[in-house]
Design a binder for this molecule. Structure first.
Ligand SMILES: [Zn+2]
Length: 619
């Protein structure tokens, strides 16, 4: 690219950051040169009279020799060279097994937008215009995994942090001179490299689409607060394809690749047990330390460190970044989920609302402190009376609003009839739950306040499930034994195709295992596997069934899959440590969660402790 900018050549840029053999010096150079070149280019643009906006529409074909190994067979195992990763990313990749890709839910997973332009893709770009011929959106169709991407050009805001993430994310664009600059959020988890290096679902991306004649340069800057210490900058070139060549479709259907494996197994290597991590350095004679990556390996100065006596210092590991705090958005946000189902998201947990001609059904009611606001939000969604409250479990952040909602959410006329002496006020709005919830609410531990009768479940079930039909929809209450507590219910709205999972699934921490209320680690994993069984994605592991977690953002099957994989892998690690006779203190000190801590670690110690106790109890 630097040659082109210097006006010496119109050849397409050569951004190879993967060359065979000892490519390290060339590679670190090219990335830094790329950044400098970009700055130069931006400066050059500012120096000349304003360009018109470029026209990007057309069919574009990639110059596949660039970063060839990322495009075809994928990179070598253990090659983390030239990437600004932190220790958590490194450890997570070390535990990754290629067999993971044989899981049915992994087979058709899409390359996230941060990676997909490196695929063997054909790219079609077009503009969408309104009646006044203003460009509302610039669309991309990417043949890899048949992805359509919308870059909104109308200045609309990005969605709520509780909204679902997608493989293509949510994008807004603006013209800076004749460069289209795009900002993308709400991206699903993806690859940094297809050897286990992960981009988290908290990553964001800024891109620049730069057209010069028949060449389109695409530059992306990915910032991942979980797994990188500096932005990751990459580029690719495309050539205008006037002939509309190539295949535009990407059919994919998951199959059973391994038939003698338990459906719930997650392939991975225990810490220190991956035998393939030195293959790359042995074969290409690259420094063992250099291949571990880290921001310092991106820069030319690293060459000198490599040649220094004793070799380079080990990668700056330090502790991974502090776990991010739980979501701190507005008090209450209301989001449509799908069909008749809405999410009332609050800082202290999620409430699911189903509305229709017969009335309102709520799954959980939030904290007591928020109950007036929740009631007002429900009233906005529907003028019909509240008929049912389902409690997923007994905790006050899910049942604290029961009293207010049960007293004031129901129908006036029913209240007038039913509020005769001796009648039960609580029956105006039926509160449903598993019977274990009622038993525990009725018998609070010593020192805990009595729970008012009106906010206790008046209608409980004992078995594995209970059926309801409400607002034209079949609804199943599914008991999940010994999970978050011993009274967990997941609520499956079969027509809307939404599952309200309670605290079996949370997106902003590790699972909470309430041992004192009958919870257990294996029950959480069983519950996550059950969600995978129930959920059916619409296309290439995205959409279809939506799952509302107890805390955090709306999920689909892929999000549950990644969470299930994480909890299973951590269980396997702790189980292995227990087998080796390690004590709780030793297990804690070994940090079996450290590759996931930057994202979920707010409850790291209590999770590891509860997991350990839960696993040793079942012996
Ligand atoms: Zn809870």
């Amino acid at each position: 690219m630097w040659r082109k900018l210097a006006g010496q050549s119109r050849e397409p840029g050569h951004f190879a950051n993967r060359q065979p053999a000892i490519s390290q010096p060339a590679k670190v150079c090219s990335q830094k040169v790329a950044m400098r070149a970009l700055n130069l280019f931006a400066t050059a643009l500012l120096a000349v009279p304003a360009f018109g906006q470029a026209y990007l529409a057309g069919n574009w074909t990639p110059l596949r020799h660039e970063d060839q190994a990322e495009r075809g067979q994928g990179p070598e195992l253990g090659d983390y060279l030239g990437l600004p990763i932190n220790d958590a990313a490194r450890l997570r990749a070390d535990s990754w097994s290629a067999s993971r890709m044989t899981l049915p839910e992994q087979q058709c997973r899409v390359h996230s937008v941060t990676y997909i332009y490196r695929g063997p893709n054909h790219l079609r770009i077009w503009e969408e215009k309104d009646a006044l011929q203003q460009v509302v959106a610039i669309k991309n169709y990417i043949s890899t995994y048949e992805q359509t991407r919308t870059i909104w050009m109308d200045g609309r805001p990005h969605p709520s942090e509780y909204a679902p993430h997608t493989f293509m994310g949510f994008s807004t664009g603006e013209w800076q001179g004749d460069i289209l600059t795009v900002t993308t959020t709400h991206i699903k988890q993806g690859f940094v490299r297809r050897n286990g290096l992960v981009q988290s679902d908290l990553a964001t991306m800024v891109e620049h689409f730069i057209r010069h004649g028949n060449i389109l340069t695409h530059v992306s800057v990915v910032t991942d607060p979980v797994y990188t210490t500096e932005p990751l900058i990459k580029s690719e070139d495309f050539e205008l394809d006037e002939l509309d060549q190539g295949s535009w479709l990407w059919p994919c259907e998951p199959v059973e690749e391994i038939t003698n494996r338990k459906k719930t197994d997650v392939p991975h290597y225990l810490p220190g047990a991956n035998p393939y991590l030195t293959e790359f350095s042995d074969h290409f004679h690259v420094s063992q330390q250099a291949i571990r990556g880290g921001a310092e390996t991106m820069y030319p100065e690293y060459q000198a460190k490599l040649k220094a006596p004793g070799g380079p210092p080990p990668p700056a590991s330090g502790d991974p970044p502090a776990p991010r705090p739980r979501a701190a958005a507005a008090d209450i946000e209301v989001l449509p989920v799908q069909g008749n189902v809405y999410l009332i998201a609050t800082r202290s947990g999620n409430i699911t609302v189903q509305t229709g001609p017969t009335g309102v059904l709520m799954v959980d009611t939030g904290t007591a402190a928020l109950s007036e606001k929740v009631l007002a939000a429900v009233r906005k969604l529907s003028g019909k009376p509240l008929r049912y409250i389902v409690n997923t479990h007994l905790h006050p952040d899910h049942t604290g609003g029961n009293e207010t909602l049960a007293r004031y959410g129901g129908a006036e006329d029913v209240r007038n009839i039913r509020n005769t002496p001796g009648d039960l006020e609580g029956q105006i709005v039926k509160i449903l739950a598993h019977d274990n919830v009622l038993q525990r609410m009725n018998n609070p531990p010593p020192g805990q306040p009595e729970i008012p009768f009106v906010s206790q479940p008046g209608d409980t079930y004992f078995g594995a499930s209970k059926d309801l039909f409400f607002n034209g929809e079949s609804i199943q209450l599914l008991h999940q034994p010994v999970a978050h507590t011993d009274g967990d219910t997941m609520v499956y709205f079969r027509r809307s195709d939404v599952i309200s999972a309670g605290d079996i699934l949370v997106t902003d921490s590790y699972p909470v295992i309430d041992l004192s209320n009958g919870g257990g680690l294996q029950g959480i994993i069983d519950g996550l596997n059950r969600l995978l069984d129930l959920a059916i994605p619409e296309h290439h592991e995205e959409g279809g069934t939506y799952i509302i977690p107890g805390h955090g953002r709306i999920c689909d099957e892929f999000d549950v899959l990644e969470y299930r994989d994480m909890v299973t892998i951590i269980r396997d690690r702790i189980q292995d440590m227990i087998r080796k006779g390690m004590t709780l203190e030793q297990v804690k000190a070994a940090r079996p969660t450290r590759d996931y801590d930057p994202q979920y670690g707010v409850n790291r110690d209590t999770f590891v402790e509860a997991a350990y106790k839960s696993l040793t109890k079942t012996k």
